[in-house]
Design a protein around this ligand. Structure first.
Ligand SMILES: [Cu+2]
Length: 135
């Protein structure tokens, strides 16, 4: 073995050793970082839809989030036949009686939007609310 071979052997050893070190470092540092790596926040809201002798309603009249948030709305219809409609976000979901329906979307458009029930007459009788997306 001449000098050249020894130098090549040392270089190869250093390359392999650095790979091992890098891999060890990566796996230990990403272990708890993976789940924290979501910059978007999930904003959760819970509401019911129902009617009474004064009108037809969503229990939440207003929802306020920041642009970029993930919005999760849990709607339970406790009286009547309703849906949850939010035109600007392309959402129209039936809400069967006594069943929690989860609506989830990213609030990527800033502004004020009206969510409502599209069953004829319901919006006019009060079944709507405002989604405020603060940009
Ligand atoms: Cu309705």
């Amino acid at each position: 073995m001449n000098k050249k071979h020894i130098i090549i052997a040392i270089i190869l050893f250093l390359i392999v050793a650095s790979f091992v070190i890098i891999n060890t470092f990566n796996s230990s540092s990403t272990g708890n970082a993976i789940k924290e790596d979501t910059s978007a926040l999930v904003k959760e809201f819970v509401m019911t839809s129902f009617y009474d002798n004064t009108g037809i309603w969503f229990s939440l009249k207003e929802i306020s989030v920041n642009k970029g948030d993930i919005v999760r709305i849990k709607v339970t219809n406790i009286k009547g036949t309703h849906d949850f409609t939010l035109d600007e976000y392309g959402i129209k979901k039936m809400t069967p009686l006594n069943e929690e329906v989860v609506i989830e979307f990213t609030a990527d458009k800033a502004g004020e939007f009206i969510y409502y029930c599209s069953v004829p007459g319901h919006r006019q009788k009060g079944q709507w609310g405002t989604l405020k997306v603060i940009g």
